[in-house]
Design a protein around this ligand. Structure first.
Ligand SMILES: Nc1ncnc2c1ncn2[C@@H]1O[C@H](COP(=O)(O)OP(=O)(O)O)[C@@H](O)[C@H]1O
Ligand SMILES: [Mg+2]
Length: 253
C-alpha cells in the first residue's frame, strides 16, 4: 500500500494529504499537552473520543448553517476535512471567568461575564500564543476587517450552539477556543470553523456540581481525563454507555 504523505504533525493531531485535492485527513493522537507543551502525557483513548466529539459538534454546526471544514469521519481516529489556510489566531469565547482571564483581571473562576467576551491570541508556540488586539491583527495583516466581522459572527454562533447543546445535558460551557480557516470556492473566499472542537479546546463544568469535564482535569491533575471526556460523550449520546461489567467466560468443571 502506498504511504500517505504527512503534511504536519502537531501536539494533538497529524495531518495527511487527503484522497482528493483540497482535502486533508486529520488523525487524532492520544498525546495530551498543556502549558505550551511543558506538561506532556499519553492518555489512552483521548484521540478516539476527540475525533468522535469533534465530528459531532462540527456536523451539528454544518447542519444549522455554520460552515466548518468537516467532511466525514473515516474511522476511530481519523476524519476527512477540507484543506484550509488557517488564520493564525486562536479565537477564544468566554461566558464565565476562568484560566488566564480570571488571573489577568483578578476575577474568581466561575464569575459570570456581563456578555460573551471574544479574545484573540496569535498562534505561535514559540511565543506562547500571546493575546493580541484587533489593532495588531489589522496592522500585521493576519485578517482583514471583513474577515474579523465574519470571525466574530462565527465565534458567537458557535458559542450559542455549543452553550445550548451543553446546557441540555447539564454542562456549563465556560469558554472555548476555535480556529478559523479560509477556503476558496472559485474566485470567492469563505471562512469556516476548522481544527477541532473537543473537551481539549473547551472548559466544561457540570452544572450541578461544578466538576470539570475538560482538559483542566489534565492541566491540574484532577483525575482521569478519559473518564471526564467519556462522561461528556455519553451525555451527548455520542458514545454508547459502557457496559458496566463484561463477565469473563467461567470454567465449568
Ligand atoms: N482544515 C485544515 N486545513 C489545514 N490545517 C488545519 C485544518 N484544521 C486544522 N489545521 C491545523 O492543523 C494543526 C492540527 O494539529 P495540532 O496537533 O492541533 O497542532 P498544534 O500543535 O499546532 O496545535 C493545527 O496547526 C491547525 O491549525
Ligand atoms: Mg492544536
Amino acid at each position: 500500500m502506498a504511504r500517505r504523505k504527512k503534511i504536519y504533525e502537531g501536539k494533538a493531531k497529524i495531518l495527511y494529504e487527503g484522497p482528493e485535492p483540497g482535502t486533508i485527513v486529520q488523525y487524532f493522537k492520544d498525546d495530551a499537552t498543556a502549558f505550551n507543551a511543558q506538561k506532556k502525557d499519553v492518555i489512552e483513548g483521548k484521540g478516539v473520543l476527540n475525533n468522535r466529539l469533534s465530528e459531532f459538534f462540527m456536523t451539528g454546526l454544518n447542519n444549522i448553517g455554520v460552515p466548518t471544514h468537516f467532511l466525514k469521519r473515516l474511522n476511530m481516529r481519523e476524519q476527512l476535512v477540507r484543506s484550509c489556510e488557517i488564520i493564525p489566531l486562536e479565537v477564544i469565547v468566554r461566558n464565565f471567568a476562568a484560566g488566564s482571564l480570571a488571573k489577568r483581571l483578578g476575577l474568581e473562576e466561575g464569575t459570570p461575564l456581563p456578555r460573551p467576551i471574544v479574545e484573540y491570541c496569535y498562534k505561535d508556540d514559540k511565543l506562547g500564543d500571546p493575546l493580541v488586539t484587533e489593532e495588531h491583527i489589522a496592522a500585521f495583516g493576519w485578517a482583514s476587517q471583513q474577515d474579523m466581522d465574519d470571525i466574530l459572527s462565527l465565534a458567537l454562533r458557535v458559542n450559542d450552539y455549543l452553550s445550548g447543546l451543553m446546557y441540555g445535558v447539564g454542562i456549563r460551557l465556560v469558554d472555548f477556543k476555535i480556529e478559523i480557516g479560509r477556503v476558496y470556492d472559485g474566485d470567492f473566499q469563505r471562512l469556516v470553523v476548522a481544527d477541532e472542537i473537543s473537551p481539549d479546546s473547551c472548559r466544561l463544568w457540570d452544572l450541578q456540581t461544578g466538576q470539570k469535564l475538560d482538559k483542566d482535569v489534565f492541566r491540574r491533575d484532577l483525575g482521569s481525563l478519559t473518564d471526564a471526556y467519556t462522561e461528556v460523550a455519553e451525555r451527548l449520546g455520542v458514545m454508547p454507555k459502557q457496559a458496566t461489567h463484561i463477565s469473563k467466560p467461567k470454567l465449568i468443571n
